[in-house]
Design a protein around this ligand. Structure first.
Ligand code: ADP
Ligand code: MG
Length: 322
């Protein structure tokens, strides 16, 4: 993997007090999409930018990509300031945009070659075929982009972002419209790139996805970074988990053995199932299941709900105020 400097920087990305106000348009008022965001992304990490729709994730990514002009603040990519060293900072980053935008008239092979050309990669240094093959598009190199599925387009966009071998790869909502199998492949590939030394930043509004992929997670809400910490620390703060136990036949009451426990909260659902909320650090699902079985309940199904993003925010805001 090529690096843009002989000495790799400590931080792949340094964002300070980044602000963006979109001008008023049509009947809409101006919009402050970023309100002084700060972010330091260590080199070599897989970094998750997590936040609900409208939080400002794409605005931040598009500023990095040079597609949106920031209102104020500073951005440094791979140690190169975006304002004073635009060429090097641009060469250090590859961005996969949220929208599946591809020119329908080019084949994947052509699209890759054009992209490499735009970045001044000489023909001998191009990795078109290797990248397309690694992305599972080896047999699609010569078809029209129009005939690619959503998942294939997403992978071609990843290929394009990597055409100039940037040390930093940014993926904006990479799994939107991608089915489960492909998602797995995509993550495997992203991990592989990361193992080769590429710093990866991805945005998602799925906590589960950030939890699975990232070693560090920042949460962005209403244009502000409200948390930024190693995944384990963040997940530790999101301790509460709810499991729903569906019995073979509907229950009329909460079994006494559960009702008596002060460390879990159990609710009987309208369909006669048990919704148990417990703290992962104080109770284990196994122990709870044993308890239910020993109360004579035959279990038909168990479903767990990941803490919702709203839950995360409430939890974080609550803790910040405490
Ligand atoms: P996210 O990617 O987290 O969903 P965005 O960065 O796309 O969030 O949007 C943040 C806010 O900025 C939203 O309220 C959105 O409506 C607004 N916004 C995004 N792009 C524009 C634009 N080009 N003009 C005006 N407002 C915009
Ligand atoms: Mg977005």
């Amino acid at each position: 993997m090529s690096t843009a400097t002989p000495e790799a920087p400590t931080y792949a990305l340094e964002i300070r007090d980044l602000r963006k106000t979109y001008a008023a348009r049509g009947g809409e008022a101006e919009k402050e999409a970023l309100k002084g965001a700060n972010l330091m992304v260590p080199r070599g990490s897989i970094y998750g930018l997590l936040g609900p729709n409208g939080a400002g994730k794409s605005t931040l990514i598009n500023i990095l990509a040079g597609l949106v002009n920031k209102t104020s603040g500073s951005v440094s990519i791979w140690g190169f300031d975006q304002d004073t060293n635009p060429r090097m900072s641009r060469a250090s980053i590859g961005v996969v945009p949220q929208e599946l935008h591809l020119d329908p008239f080019f084949t994947p092979r052509e699209a890759m070659e054009i992209q490499a050309g735009l970045y001044g990669v000489p023909p001998a240094g191009r990795r078109t075929e290797a990248l397309l093959t690694a992305l599972g598009l080896g047999d699609k190199m010569h078809v029209g982009a129009r005939s690619l599925s959503g998942g294939m387009k997403r992978r071609l966009l990843i290929g394009k972002a990597l055409a100039h071998s940037p040390p930093v790869l940014i993926l904006d909502e990479p799994t939107a419209g991608v089915d489960i199998d492909l998602r797995r492949q995509l993550w495997d590939y992203v991990r592989e790139l990361n193992n080769e030394g590429v710093t990866v930043i991805l945005t998602t509004h799925y906590l589960e996805e950030a939890e699975e992929m990232c070693d560090r997670i920042a949460i962005i809400n209403h244009g502000e970074v409200i948390a930024d910490e190693p995944k384990a620390a963040l997940m530790g703060r999101l301790d509460s988990k709810t499991v729903t136990i569906v019995p073979a036949s509907p229950l009329g009451t909460v079994p006494a053995m559960l009702a008596e426990r002060t460390d879990v909260s159990t609710i009987l659902t309208p369909t006669g199932a048990l919704a148990i909320t417990y703290s992962r650090s104080n109770a284990s699902l196994g122990v709870l299941l044993d308890l239910i079985i020993s109360a004579g309940v035959e279990i038909r199904d168990v479903t767990t709900a990941e803490p919702s993003l709203e839950g995360v925010f409430l939890d974080l805001i609550h803790r910040d105020e405490a």
